[in-house]
Design a protein around this ligand. Structure first.
Ligand code: XMP
Length: 515
């Protein structure tokens, strides 16, 4: 396994994903993590990530000395390389301008990391890479050889083959660096000697053993939401402990069109998982009656979930463990946020924060996995691809997509409109090209002409976005023909809708959801 020390770069998670795609397990820890634990972790190699700070000021982050003392290979990327330079006796320099984007580096001296990698033959051979930096290394430390340069910087990579310490100014984790994967593989496998065993089958076997060891013959409960994470946890636990698992699926009436039936069909019928379906739509609509404040709506939806889940769990009596679909991005201890804040958010969304008195132990078999790994696991466990690669859906469901008061007839209309939109996206091949797409119900009546009469009817808004991290997003440039078809179908097939609009706002400032 490898350890990645995070200096706060936006790309740090990408480094970890690339390393794991190669088949090597790795973890991300903050650069100021307890050095004794870093030494004790037993990594076969350490990667120092990029970061937004500058080594040219004295109080910026540095790698703990232990990193250099444990005697394993080190790869510094961008800021990681710069702090290596500074800490080992070299020097860095602030540039007048940032360099951002594609660049070509010339490989001026061979080393174990870059030897034989090339995009352009010649003397010297060259690589196409992705740069994103202000500072650069101006003097390599003693013992290091400069292995690459560009027109703009004299030291784009350095190496000390004897100690197996390397630094690159460019970003091998970004796909624009064409040999990036080869470089990371060279480091992880050839230089660090890691085995490439981290794949879906291995993870499943390993998790099954761990789950069995953890829960023994105890009963486990799981809140199934219909989303990818909880479904994968269910499939995994089912394989590990079969009938000891009971899932509670609360149908809130605010789910996607026919989602409740689909969940039962897939999980209960197809996979054979024990699922208790609670049809709670009437309770939700009653509780939401007359409430239009978004925060109040969320609170009601969240609390009611806890209440119902608690009731069902109480009926089961014997459960000792609660399984949760927490995944690695929820728990990552990244530079700048060491509190595990996201963990709290996740348990809030998924389980609403269960009452203390339940005193259940937590089973979180996806805690170490990225979303793409969870998906591969899901496919390997036999879940339908369509479910595994579904767009995300917010915990409060249609409750955040019906603006203002939530009523059953609005939810029904919205779920149908949404289903039409999604169906047409799939037919047109656009579903997988968008990160999230959905319909929104606007509680305003706009005029339309029905037959010869003027009628005032509801408005449906369509939203489709492309995004990597859901923190920023672009609206999807869907073809006019597709939008036209969706609009026609919604207006023709749904009574009481006379107008469909398409949301062309980016995030920021507009959020993805309308609420
Ligand atoms: P926004 O609207 O903040 O959404 O741009 C970003 C992503 O988060 C999802 N989202 C939620 N997910 N519970 C969830 O589980 C929520 O309360 C919630 N609110 C927003 C949203 O669908 C998008 O993917």
């Amino acid at each position: 396994k490898l350890l990645i020390l995070d200096f706060g770069a936006q790309y740090t998670q990408l480094i970890a994903r690339r390393i794991r795609e190669i088949g090597v397990y790795c973890e991300i820890w903050a650069w100021d993590h307890d050095p004794a634990e870093i030494a004790a972790f037993g990594a076969r190699g350490i990667i120092l990530s990029g970061g937004p700070e500058t080594t040219t000021v004295a109080d910026s982050p540095r790698a703990p000395q232990e990193v250099f003392d444990v005697g394993v290979p080190i790869l510094g990327i961008c800021y990681g390389m710069q702090t290596m330079a500074v800490q080992l006796g070299g020097a860095t320099e602030a540039a007048d301008q940032r360099e951002f984007g594609a660049a070509e580096v010339s490989l001026v001296a061979p080393d174990r990391l870059l030897d034989g990698l090339k995009d352009h033959a010649g003397s010297p051979p060259r690589l196409d890479v992705w740069m994103s930096h202000g500072d650069h290394v101006s003097r390599a430390p003693a013992g290091f050889v400069v292995t690459a340069k560009t027109d703009r910087i004299p030291i784009a990579a350095f190496a000390d083959d004897a100690r197996r310490w390397y630094g690159v100014q460019f970003h091998p984790e970004v796909t624009h660096t064409r040999q990036g994967e080869a470089l990371l593989r060279r480091f992880a496998v050839d230089i660090c000697g890691c085995a490439t065993r981290w794949n879906a089958e291995e993870i499943i076997e390993d998790q099954i053993a761990r789950i069995r060891a953890q829960v023994g013959s105890d009963e486990v409960i799981l809140g199934l939401s219909g989303g990818v994470d909880s479904s994968v946890v269910a499939a995994l636990l089912h394989r590990a402990i079969g009938g000891q698992l009971t899932c509670v699926f609360v149908d809130t009436g605010l789910l996607r069109w026919r989602e409740g039936d689909q969940v039962m069909q897939t999980m209960a019928q197809h996979m054979g998982v024990k699922v208790i379906r609670v049809n709670a739509a009437a309770r939700y609509f009653k509780a939401l009656e007359g409430v239009s404040d978004p925060e109040a709506k969320r609170k009601i939806i969240g609390n009611l979930f806890v209440e119902i889940f608690d009731e069902e769990a109480g009926k089961l009596g014997n459960a000792r463990w609660l399984a949760q679909g927490t995944i690695y991005p929820d728990v990552i201890e990244s530079a700048g946020s060491r509190t595990g804040k996201a963990h709290v958010i996740k348990s809030h969304h998924n389980v609403g924060g269960l009452p203390e008195h339940m005193k259940l132990g937590l089973v979180e078999p996806l805690r170490e996995l990225f979303k793409d790994e969870v998906r591969r696991l899901g496919v390997a466990l036999g879940l339908p691809r369509e479910m595994v690669y579904r767009h995300p859906f917010p915990g409060p469901g249609l409750g955040v997509r019906i603006l203002g008061e939530v009523k059953p007839e609005y939810a029904d209309l919205l779920a149908r409109a949404d289903a039409i939109f999604i169906e047409e996206l799939r037919v047109a091949g656009w579903y997988d090209r968008t990160s999230q797409a959905f319909a929104v119900f606007l509680p305003v009546k706009s005029v339309g002409v029905v037959g010869d009469a003027r009628a005032y009817e509801w408005v449906i808004a369509l939203r489709a976005v492309e995004t990597i991290d859901f923190m920023t997003a672009h609206w999807a440039h869907l073809p006019y023909d597709l939008l036209g078809k969706v609009s026609n179908r919604i207006i023709n097939e749904l009574r009481n809708v006379s107008r469909v609009v398409y949301d062309i706002s980016g995030k920021p400032p507009a959020t993805i959801e309308w609420e």
